[in-house]
Design a protein around this ligand. Structure first.
Ligand SMILES: [Zn+2]
Length: 418
């Protein structure tokens, strides 16, 4: 099969059916699926109907009925996988939106609403691309599959993590997560995370004699937190094949975030004490204080090294009655030499006519579960980053249409029988 002819004819169809793609995205926005609370029943049934109408087999699975995951696909053999989440973060204060977050409004250049960028329009683009292969009966040399998950915004334990742990990704040779990126970067790696929960115990006493009697649990945590930023000096170690991506990622971070030294966010540890709770009354010496600290770790720095450094700080401070527990996930990446990476990059450059750069991100997503399984995985999806997890979220129609073309071309390159 002539691949470039197949691609051009798909791109023509996508241009002709542009309004259908935009309509599908708008429909997805008009079904609220805020998480929390995380009720996705309505959107899952809408997507299931779309799949059925387009001749794509699907089924629903998951650890419990409140976590419906859709597995849908066509063809047999090694799997090219797409992944998208159908939950969105809450719209928050409606007064701060200039439009109805669940109106699915379409302007001359954008689609507006909660989830347009993160990531219902990326999901819409992937679903539409898939439908073209189902309808066009283009012969596939493997299976084209999508995982649509209900809980990415709350960590993915009952979605992607569960699917991967239960064998649903076993036959995948590559995975594209349609999460938002800018059109000129695709994301090939992300930081890991350590969550530290600290509990300090003290001894209660009357506040008036607190400096002499009792033990102040809040001050123990305060002492620890005053040193916690020392972890930020720890940085990752990179192989030669990663140095270009690292360089580009740091440059992108500086351009996007525009703060002194912010490029260090890519290759250094960051520390954020996000919750602190302690004390019950101003005139009592508190006997309990708890804190939660969010530590992000770069590629090339194992979690256990950072945890050992944290333990060292606790020991040096010689604080008694302080306990902690940690949960962590390692940083993860896909090598840029993987066919998946240059296929997406080449197709995106052919569509956009500008350079597309593989980069590491400072946040994390469900991509990690596939990478931990050894599946080459990247993220590329339409987005206007300003509104993500904020107000007035929207996406450019051009970006959505181009993503649909890039996904279709990539399916041709990686899956169509030659
Ligand atoms: Zn997302």
């Amino acid at each position: 099969m002539d691949l470039s002819a197949a691609k051009s004819s798909l791109w023509d169809i996508i241009d002709k059916r542009k309004n259908e793609i935009v309509g599908l995205c708008s429909d997805l926005i008009r079904i609220p699926s805020e998480n929390p609370p995380g009720n996705v029943d309505e959107i899952v049934s809408f997507i299931s109907q779309f799949l059925a109408k387009n001749g794509i087999e699907s089924r629903i699975t998951g650890p419990a009925p409140e976590y419906p995951n859709i597995i849908a696909g066509i063809g047999k053999g090694p799997v090219l996988l797409f992944n998208g989440h159908c939950d969105v973060v809450p719209a928050g204060d409606r007064a701060r939106w200039n439009f109805d977050p669940f109106g699915g409004e379409i302007t001359s250049t954008t689609i507006r609403g909660r989830g347009t960028s993160d990531m219902k329009c990326g999901l819409g683009a992937a679903l539409f691309a898939m439908s073209l292969f189902a309808q066009g009966k283009i012969p596939l040399g493997g299976r084209l599959e999508i995982h649509i998950v209900p809980d990415e915004e709350t960590g993915g334990a009952n979605g992607t993590k569960w699917l991967v742990e239960n064998g649903y990704a076993d036959n995948a040779f590559a995975c594209i997560v349609a999460e938002p990126t800018s059109s000129d970067t695709c994301e090939v790696g992300q930081k890991g995370q350590i969550r530290i929960h600290v509990t300090a115990q003290g001894k209660a006493a009357h506040g008036s004699i607190g400096n002499y009697v009792g033990e102040n649990a809040i001050m123990k945590v305060a002492t620890l937190l005053s040193r916690i930023e020392e972890l930020r000096s720890m940085k990752g170690v990179y192989s030669e094949s990663q140095t270009q991506v690292l360089f580009d990622s740091k440059k992108i971070a500086q351009e996007k975030l525009e703060r002194p030294h912010v490029e260090d966010v890519i290759d250094h540890v960051t520390v954020n004490p996000g919750i602190i709770k302690g004390g019950i009354k101003i005139n009592m010496v508190p006997d309990l204080c708890e804190a939660d600290i969010d530590v992000r770790i770069p590629i090339g720095l194992p979690a256990k090294k950072v945890i050992a450094q944290f333990e060292e700080i606790i020991q040096q401070l010689n604080l008694n009655n302080i306990q902690y527990r940690v949960e962590y996930s390692e940083a993860n990446f896909t090598e840029v030499s993987e066919p998946l990476v240059h296929t997406i990059v080449n197709n995106a450059e052919a569509i956009w006519h500008h350079k597309v750069i593989p980069a590491y991100q400072w946040a994390s997503s469900d991509a990690r579960y596939y990478r931990n399984k050894g599946i080459p995985t990247l993220q590329y999806g339409p987005a206007n980053t300003e509104g993500i997890h904020s107000y007035n979220e929207d996406v450019d129609i051009e970006d959505v249409i181009n993503a649909t073309k890039i996904y279709s071309a990539t399916i041709c390159d990686l899956l169509v029988r030659r």
